[in-house]
Design a protein around this ligand. Structure first.
Ligand SMILES: *[C@@H]1O[C@H](CO)[C@@H](O)[C@H](O)[C@H]1NC(C)=O
Ligand SMILES: *[C@@H]1O[C@H](CO)[C@@H](O)[C@H](O)[C@H]1NC(C)=O
Ligand SMILES: *[C@@H]1O[C@H](CO)[C@@H](O)[C@H](O)[C@H]1NC(C)=O
Ligand SMILES: *[C@@H]1O[C@H](CO)[C@@H](O)[C@H](O)[C@H]1NC(C)=O
Length: 362
């Protein structure tokens, strides 16, 4: 107090102006907004890039971040050489090592210090949190990670984007299962802080009920799974793949089945915009998702142009035949399955589905 009051007024003004970020996630207005009061567009299975059966995105994480994606959802699986990012099973889809993925995120956040990025890590094998701690350190992402002072953070207790940016803690990371505040406080327990609505949905009603967790809508942030799947039964197994022929509707701003439609259902139930909106092939409808998020956040639309990659445009036409997956799945033999939409599925996929998996998740 004493030394504080001895500082000349001009020096104080200088200190406060040099500390405060002037742009946060692209907008000055967002600097004073709490993290828990911002809507971010996210990539569901961010690492699952390609045109294979179990792929969800067109562009790699660096391109996603450059396009404006600020929430990265990941699914971790243990493999002989470390933790990989895979969709359901590494024999189905393998997006490489988690450490390599984090390396790309570190490189992006270090050159974009005014952007807050969220990671939502899904842990279907219940790997112990210590497995992740060493990867956080070795990849260098740990130095950017926000560390809260308690495992559950009240909606009104989250820092502002400006505070996170000033403190150079621009990565906020959640873990769905096995989070442990005492041993790894940087991996925030997802379901103590955020609820989700349903995933693997095959009809576009997007009702926005609480799913995956009991949830506390009045006290927690929430994430919506805004992607539409097609469901197939194969060899006694049910599996879900992105419904690509509906992408132009699913990822659009308004109209039945759109992002705006889903958000509208949520707002009418819960009185508040979602915090995270996860999409498959977010680039399929150009800037639509980002324009919608800007409007939900009350800021101007972004000025960059999102171009569609090849997967997003290779939609399945009604009654036609789509080559969904073949050689990328490590199999020379490709068989044709007479499914409704005519999928060609690599033999190893069928093997994995019938013998290994049971049910695809997320
Ligand atoms: C942020 O707060 C405003 C004003 O209360 C509210 O309308 C909006 O839905 C909130 N957004 C989020 C993501 O919480
Ligand atoms: C991960 O896999 C390796 C090699 O198969 C194994 O040694 C290790 O115990 C596994 N770790 C966990 C946490 O399951
Ligand atoms: C979650 O959503 C799925 C549909 O994807 C539904 O089958 C299931 O009953 C829901 N679970 C809960 C607890 O609401
Ligand atoms: C989506 O694409 C279909 C087929 O090209 C078209 O008929 C429909 O009007 C499109 N819908 C939107 C919302 O762009």
């Amino acid at each position: 107090m004493l030394s504080f009051s001895l500082l000349p007024v001009t020096a104080l003004a200088l200190i406060s102006s040099t500390l405060a970020a002037d742009t946060c996630n692209g907008h000055a207005e967002l600097c004073s907004r709490q993290y828990s009061n911002v809507t971010f567009i996210g990539a569901h299975d961010s690492y699952a890039v390609g045109d294979g059966l179990a792929d969800n995105q067109d562009k790699d994480v660096t391109a996603q971040l450059n396009d404006g994606i600020r929430t990265l959802q990941l699914q971790a699986h243990n493999a002989s050489d470390g933790v990989h990012l895979c969709h359901t099973s590494c024999s189905l889809q393998d997006g490489g090592l988690l450490s390599d993925y984090f390396g790309k995120v570190v490189s992006w956040v270090s050159s974009n210090p005014n952007d807050v990025v969220t990671i939502v890590l899904t842990n279907p094998e219940n790997l112990p949190v210590s497995t992740y701690s060493s990867i956080l350190t070795s990849s260098g992402i740990d130095q950017y990670m926000y560390q809260p002072s308690s495992s559950a953070i009240g909606l009104s207790d989250w820092p502002t984007l400006g505070e996170l940016i000033d403190q150079k803690k621009t990565v906020v990371a959640f873990l769905d299962y096995q989070a442990n505040f005492d041993t790894e406080p940087r991996l925030i327990d997802e379901f103590s802080n955020m609820w989700e609505d349903a995933y693997n949905v095959v009809d576009a009603s997007f009702g926005c009920s609480v799913n995956r967790t009991s949830g506390q809508p009045s006290a927690q942030m929430y994430l919506i799974n805004h992607y539409l799947d097609s469901s197939y039964a194969l060899g006694g197994t049910q599996f879900w793949i992105p419904n690509k022929d509906q992408l132009n509707v699913t990822n659009s701003e308004s109209g039945d089945g759109s992002i705006g439609f889903h958000v509208g259902n949520c707002v009418s139930l819960w009185g508040r915009n979602p915090n995270h909106i996860l999409l498959d092939f977010y680039d399929a409808a150009s800037n639509a998702p980002f324009n919608l998020a800007a409007s939900l956040n009350g800021v101007s639309a972004p000025t960059n142009t999102v171009t569609a990659g090849s997967g997003a445009t290779a939609s399945v036409t009604s009654g036609g035949t789509a080559k969904v997956s073949s050689s990328s799945l490590n199999s020379a033999a490709v068989i044709s399955l007479d499914l409704k939409k005519g999928l060609y599925v690599g033999l190893s996929v069928v093997g994995a589905l019938v013998f290994g998996i049971g049910r695809t998740v997320l």
